[in-house]
Design a protein around this ligand. Structure first.
Ligand code: ZN
Length: 293
């Protein structure tokens, strides 16, 4: 089975090396390539990993969240062909005055780099709504370059942000206003799962990735504990028959990849695996097709 991982991280910010060990992985370029080979992952999308763009082309946009770093981003640039990335938006730094300029700076990467496959927003980490007017020029950019807008949705890993910004219903506002832009609700909006599924069901241009629903290596006991959760998510998917809107994602290095593939395979019925693990991501992150996948 061919897999596209529509949401992973490809950097070594503080703590990620340790988290990778808890998931039985090594947080490194080689670690990721070995995992891809062993698990049939043919392409992956690194979220907010924009340091690779400056490596390749010089210059960093100031309102671009810069999450790259050694050993993933090397000079001269040599990121593997099977890893694309979304530009990360530092929403709190965007003002009415610099909003247009921000989009121009982001365009620099979209124009030059076919591996730049989307734009990532960090609601819940950043205290700004997705539908805030300051994001308008970036939505226009996404439309012009036919790339999706992905939004962190649901619980957060730190205490800085406010959860109300991360609610999946906020994606309904933006998706309704911008029918020509594809929106991705990351993490199924966990724990607002029926809400996320409803937004994707209602809006033709809204999609969901299933990254980061658990972390670390799962013990048999833990797999047992999440059985009811898996069943709950499956129930809502089956109710809405939402098979063309859902994408496999991991949040690597936070999760163990074989565990993750196996457990998400219990949420999605086998007859929809090809859509879930591969085809839907090709449509949403459409630039991946041009990269030969
Ligand atoms: Zn993530």
């Amino acid at each position: 089975m061919k897999i596209i991982d529509a949401h992973m991280h490809y950097f070594n910010i503080e703590g990620f090396d340790e988290l990778a060990k808890l998931a039985d992985h090594e947080n490194s370029r080689k670690g990721w390539q070995d995992i891809c080979e062993a698990n049939g992952i043919v392409f992956s999308v690194a979220m907010g990993n924009s340091d690779d763009a400056p490596c390749r082309f010089g210059g960093v946009a100031p309102r671009l969240i810069n999450l790259g770093g050694e050993p993933f981003c090397e000079t001269p640039y040599n990121q593997p062909d099977n890893v694309g990335y979304c530009l990360g938006v530092d929403s709190e730094a965007i003002t009415p005055e610099n909003a247009e300029k921000t989009a121009q700076e982001f365009e620099y990467y979209l124009q030059r780099d076919p591996h730049c496959v989307g734009i990532k927003f960090y609601m819940g980490y950043q205290n700004v709504y997705l539908y805030d007017a300051r994001h308008e020029p970036l939505f226009e950019l996404a439309k012009a370059y036919d790339v999706p807008v992905a939004m962190h949705s649901g619980e957060t890993a730190n205490h800085h942000g406010r959860l109300r910004y991360a609610h999946p219903l906020t994606v309904d506002e933006a998706a309704s206003e911008h029918p020509d832009v594809r929106f991705v609700i990351c993490h199924v909006g966990n724990p607002w799962i029926p809400d996320a599924i409803e937004v994707a069901s209602k809006n033709e241009n809204a999609f969901i990735d299933f990254s980061g629903l658990w972390e670390h290596r799962l013990t048999p006991k833990r797999e047992q504990e999440i059985a009811a959760f898996r069943q709950y998510v499956r129930m809502w998917l089956e109710y809405h028959e939402l098979w063309d809107k859902i994408m496999y994602g991991s949040d690597w290095p936070l999760v163990n990849i074989p565990d993750n593939i196996r457990n998400l395979g219990k949420i999605v019925p086998e007859e929809h695996w090809n859509e879930f693990y591969y085809e839907n991501a090709l449509r949403v992150y459409s630039r991946i097709q041009k990269l030969g996948q």
